[in-house]
Write a protein that binds this ligand. Structure first.
Ligand code: ATP
Length: 352
């Protein structure tokens, strides 16, 4: 277990800033996901932690030790990439044992550790198979096992599940979490998939355009996004954001949403706002203060997603599939609990 501290860490490629002034501490034994869209600087950050890339400025420390200039082989990191790196001519067992043999670990200890990791990753029945005969899914599971078995103090995973199929990805999410619980490694996980970050990470570092926007537990970033980017990026669908105006009346504070009606709120100052609410935080209510027209009804098993429009506003609502919903073209009346409302500054797009 090792604490990773990044201070004022940055990387430029020519005149282009891939990462600007990252300040992030990843606790010993913590699972942190670097989450953001393609090109936001996740892999650049990861490669600097690994020692594959030198920072342009700033520093990286492991347990207080300065890592700038220290080669990858001396950092004690395990790294799994999107594309598995497996010796296909070897068996699963030999692939798993490879790193331990290279480190001169005694044979009985190798057998024990290979057995344990194979059990954890459901590779035991395949131990004597040649890797060349395995599916892409299993190869990636093997690549994870091969890096994990040497029990690196820091385990770095860069989009390890992006090439595996959806059903397998769900299985691997829980296996990776179990792996980390067992070895208590410090784990840094790069992904553009908010679901992966939400389900596995202790904390999520949300990035965009080379900047770290917010760091928090999955619930913190879900419930209290610092800006509209995080609000939209977290959640599926992301947070709805409607342009409105806060007004004060005898009955209290309200956000006037024009064609979509209005919504009472708990606190706020008068003026223009972006009115945010999660698609899951909507209550169908025939007497509700908000009304929008249904443009599409998506039925996806246990949930129904309504696409709504009113004037220039668009929103999505997620309901239980048992809930009766209007048809396309009909009106949907609803309310949002004041406590579930998030307000953002329309100019800076920061949370108010
Ligand atoms: P992806 O998931 O697509 O890899 P990412 O968030 O990991 O996205 P990075 O790979 O860190 O993004 O890249 C950040 C930005 O830096 C991108 O715009 C990329 O084109 C640029 N970049 C990365 N490596 C280099 C390089 N060696 N030379 C020039 N530009 C680079």
């Amino acid at each position: 277990m090792t604490e990773i501290v990044m201070r004022n860490l940055g990387k430029d490629f020519g005149g282009f800033t891939a990462l600007a002034d990252m300040d992030l501490t990843i606790g010993s034994g913590e699972f942190v996901a670097l989450l953001g869209p393609s090109g936001c600087g996740k892999s650049t950050t990861m490669n600097m932690i690994a020692g594959m890339l030198d920072p342009t400025h700033g520093e990286i420390r492991f347990d207080g030790r300065m890592m700038n200039g220290v080669p990858m082989a001396k950092r004690g990191v395990g790294f799994v990439f999107q594309n598995y790196a497996i010796f296909t001519h070897m068996t699963v067992r030999d692939n798993l044992a490879y790193g331990l043999r290279a480190r001169g670990v005694a044979k009985p200890e190798i057998a024990r550790r290979v057995g344990d990791i194979a059990d954890l990753l459901q590779l035991t029945p395949l131990l004597d198979r040649k890797a060349a005969r395995l599916s892409v899914n299993i190869l990636q599971r093997l690549a994870i096992g091969r890096s994990a078995v040497v029990e690196p103090a820091i385990f770095l995973l860069d989009e390890p599940l992006s090439n595996v199929d959806a059903a397998f990805r769900a299985v691997m999410r829980s296996e990776l979490k179990a792996l980390q619980r067992q070895f208590r490694q410090t784990m840094v996980y790069v992904t553009h998939d908010q679901l992966e970050a939400m389900t596995m990470a202790d904390r999520i570092a949300v990035m965009d355009h080379g900047k770290l926007l917010q760091v928090g537990t999955p619930l913190e970033v879900y419930n209290h996004p610092v800006d509209t980017f995080v609000a939209r990026f977290i959640g599926a669908p992301g947070m709805n954001l409607l342009a409105g105006r806060v007004t004060s009346a005898d009955t209290g504070l309200t956000v006037d949403l024009g064609a979509a009606g209005h919504c009472p709120i708990q606190a706020g100052q008068g003026g223009e706002v972006l009115f945010g609410f999660r698609p899951e935080e909507v209550h169908p209510d025939p007497k509700g203060p908000m009304e929008m027209t249904v443009t599409t009804v998506e039925r996806i098993g246990a949930r129904t997603i309504l696409h709504l429009a009113a004037g220039s506003h668009a929103a999505k609502v997620v309901l239980d599939s048992e809930t009766a919903v209007p048809d396309q073209g009909e009106a949907f009346r609803f309310s949002v609990s004041p406590g579930a409302v998030r307000l953002f500054d329309p100019q800076t797009e920061r949370a108010l």
